[in-house]
Ligand binder design. Structure first.
Ligand code: ADP
Ligand code: MG
Length: 347
């Protein structure tokens, strides 16, 4: 079996340069650039910020990321999520960050009709996406594990969470976007007006580029290397969920990926190869990238029409590209894809 994990979004060289230790900008007049590479939350992150305080702000950002990882990890025995997942029906106290993230995930679960379900963990585990010992569970096993899921059964009150016995939480579909959003708020409080946070392919922008122009974000080609187009934006989050991010292939060549349909307990087969969400809120973008990937083009378009407050760019398994009207003028196909027709979704 073969497995692969790639960043969902690629930054164009113009957007940021790789610089593992903190490093300064090249010219005296330009804002100083600092970058930091971090491996956390099971993924590679690259944070770039501009300005005098950028270096200390990036150091503090790393501290916070490590603290959140220690709270939300499903495998670290000291994490709050681990404690909840092994609580056998007892109430487990939550920090304010975890409580807010869990409340948000539950709200999005309700709003998406369960396309997002933070209680899907027993299935994610059964398919081997945690241990990377991939396997196809039997229909019977899937049925038994599905009986343990259901976001409606999670109780959050008095700063604690109570789960029915056997239920397990997974905030993996929203945690990185929430972290990006919290960091962007922190950077702005510290007076940083330009930063680009690549949190394992979740892009969180702070303001615009130091020269005032928009960031240029490459959107990953779900069928191969590189990006198929570029989105120009500022002060938003751009998050992609795709089947190519983490998957395995069985002996017959069937591909199984890490985003599951909570209705079936199997990899979501919605006809989409990737779903990219552009939103002011990083947590919203992350929650919706996973949800819309599960919903597919039709249901996802309906959701967008009813909820607005975000834009999206969908690539179908057939290679067709759909984008919402709000980003019609800010997305450009790469030359190699310029013959593709883009379908605009309008309200
Ligand atoms: P990634 O974390 O790879 O960038 P996502 O944000 O789409 O991508 O999150 C996928 C992760 O969320 C999976 O690895 C799994 O842990 C969890 N997950 C899978 N399917 C769902 C779902 N329908 N609802 C909530 N979480 C899910
Ligand atoms: Mg997500």
């Amino acid at each position: 079996m073969k497995s692969k994990r790639l960043l969902g979004l690629l930054l164009l060289p113009a957007a940021a340069s790789l610089c593992l230790a903190g490093c300064g900008g090249s010219s005296e007049t330009a804002a100083r650039e600092y970058s930091k590479g971090i491996f956390a939350m099971g993924t590679y992150m690259e944070l770039t910020a501009y300005g005098e305080q950028a270096e200390s702000v990036l150091d503090e950002a790393e501290n916070r990321i490590r603290e959140w990882e220690a709270l939300w990890s499903t495998t670290d025995e000291d994490s709050e999520i681990y404690a909840a997942n092994h609580s056998q029906g007892r109430t487990v106290p939550l920090s304010s960050e975890t409580e807010e993230l869990l409340q948000f995930a539950l709200k999005m679960a309700r709003q998406t009709g369960g396309a997002l379900d933070p209680t899907i963990y027993p299935l994610v585990n059964a398919w081997g996406f945690i241990s990377q010992e991939y396997r196809v569970p039997s229909q019977r096993e899937i049925g038994e594990l599905l009986a343990l899921t259901g976001y409606e059964k999670v109780k959050v009150e008095n700063h604690g969470v109570t789960l029915p016995e056997g239920m397990q939480l997974d905030l993996g579909a929203v945690g990185k976007g929430y972290a990006g959003e919290l960091l962007a708020d922190y950077f702005k409080e510290e007076g940083i007006s330009s930063a680009l946070l690549n949190i394992g392919g979740n892009i969180q922008m702070v303001g615009s580029r130091p020269d005032g122009t928009k960031w240029r974000i490459g959107i990953r080609n779900p069928f191969g290397e590189g990006s198929f187009g570029v989105l120009e934006s500022e002060d938003t989050a751009v998050v992609t969920s795709g089947g190519y991010e983490r998957y395995f292939t069985d002996e017959d060549g069937t591909v199984y990926w890490h985003i599951l349909d909570p209705d079936t307990g199997r990899p979501a087969q919605s006809g989409l190869a990737s779903a990219t969400i552009i939103a002011d809120s990083g947590r919203m973008a992350d929650a919706l990238s996973t949800s819309i990937f599960v919903m597919g083009l039709e249901e996802g378009s309906e959701y967008w029409k009813n909820h607005g407050e975000f834009d999206m760019l969908l690539v179908t398994q057939d290679g067709e590209i759909y984008l919402t009207e709000g980003i019609e003028d800010s997305f450009t196909l790469e030359d190699a894809f310029s013959d593709r027709e883009m379908h605009v979704i309008r309200k």
